[in-house]
Design a protein. Structure first.
Ligand code: UD1
Length: 362
């Protein structure tokens, strides 16, 4: 089986790392798999890319397409142009894409137009919010993929509703949780904890990068003020995504806020695991906090990961000041629900995916 694996942006790296590990294991056991790892270059800063390759032990990509930033269409188009050349020069049976970023969409379209099978890992999740670029990426990728690996039964049900044949849907679990479980013993305290004399449970972690929350200075200021009000004297640690940085520099900041650059995986996961709770608009962090049993407040109106709210530790609250302050207050006072871990989030998802791919393509 000849396979191209696509990774382009930060959340892809945690999903692709355990798949590569499962492939290597399967090759050692005698399977006939050849793979190429393609980095699209959507994320290029060391803090969003190289450090993840190092922390997660991902081999150097066979190629980096160097797509870089741009508008939605510019970025998608430059990935498509470069990936078409890559796939023509290095033909394979199957392209495996993960998640819902622009690289996922761009490479799926290119592969299908070259009549190459596409398998989508983390297929079928839906927020229902078509103003999010990720939702468009999910809808289009799932409309043209050949096989669908899902994190939950609900994601499979979404695919069935969209007319996908059940035999193409494979409920295998969550590869991001594979990464978490495989690396848990290596989580390492970031130096900012010592520098600020912070211990486990002393602080909350904030991450924000959705355009709706960070692209306007007024909106960002309103959110940060509401969080600071709810947190009262609890310290907030805020690793800042480059997208957010520009507008953050223009804000008047509360002194309890510790602003820092994006963190490497092993340090960020340590920070989360030992926090009082997390406030975020990320997708993946909703899943990681659910697995770790850490309270999570999600500043969005919708989520494509409803299991994290229904059975996990997540509360989806939107971004109005009153709600933000109220829920952060509850979080810092320890008034939070206890969650449990969704089915098949057990660290063995990537092994199941590779076993299924061998069954399908060998
Ligand atoms: C992308 C994904 C999002 C994911 C997020 C995680 C899409 C549509 N969005 O959003 O789903 O949650 O990654 O980080 O694919 N930039 C840098 N250095 C980099 C990369 C980006 O400075 O290495 C800056 C650029 O100014 C760029 C901006 O960040 O314009 C946004 O980057 P982009 O890749 O367009 O989207 P993200 O917001 O990172």
């Amino acid at each position: 089986m000849k396979l191209t694996l696509v990774a382009g942006a930060r959340p892809n790296f945690m999903k692709i790392a355990p798949i590569i590990r499962a492939i290597e294991k399967s090759i050692l056991q005698g399977s006939n798999i050849q793979y190429r790892l393609v980095h699209t270059g959507q994320h290029y800063d060391d803090a969003l890319s190289l450090s993840f390759f190092q922390d997660l032990n991902i081999p150097k990509p066979h190629v980096n397409l160097g797509a870089g930033s741009g508008t939605q269409s510019e970025q998608t188009a430059s990935i498509m142009i470069a990936f078409e050349k890559e796939l023509i020069a290095n033909p394979v049976d199957t392209v495996l894409v993960v998640g819902d970023v622009n690289s996922t969409l761009a490479c799926s379209i290119v592969a299908k137009k070259l009549c190459v099978d596409v398998v989508h890992v983390e297929a079928g999740i839906r927020s229902g919010d078509r103003t999010m670029p990720e939702e468009i990426n999910r809808l289009v990728t799932d409309a043209i993929s050949d096989h669908f690996f899902t994190t939950t039964q609900e994601a499979g049900a979404n695919l069935v509703k969209a007319g996908i044949a059940v035999e193409k849907i494979h409920f295998t679990g969550n590869t991001m949780i594979d990464s978490l479980i495989q690396n848990q013993s290596k989580f390492a305290p970031p130096s900012l904890l010592y520098m600020n004399n912070l211990r486990g449970g002393d602080y909350i972690v904030l991450t924000l990068h959705r355009p709706a929350n960070v692209d306007s200075i007024e909106k960002l200021q309103q959110i940060v003020n509401a969080i600071a009000k709810g947190a009262t004297s609890t310290t907030i640690v805020f690793p800042v995504h480059p997208r957010t940085r520009k507008n953050l520099n223009a804000l008047k900041l509360n002194t309890e806020l510790i602003v820092t650059d994006p963190m490497r995986y092993l340090e960020f996961m340590y920070l989360i695991k030992h926090s009082k709770g997390v406030v975020t608009d990320s997708g993946g962090i909703q899943e990681e906090t659910t697995y770790l049993g850490i309270p999570c407040v999600t500043l969005r109106d919708t989520t494509e990961r409803p299991e994290t709210v229904m059975i996990g530790t997540n509360e989806l609250i939107g971004s109005s000041s009153e709600k933000v302050t109220h829920f952060i207050g509850k979080l810092v006072n320890g008034e939070w629900k206890k969650g449990s871990i969704p089915d098949l989030w057990d660290g063995k998802t990537s092994d199941r995916i590779i076993a299924k791919l061998l069954e399908l393509y060998l």
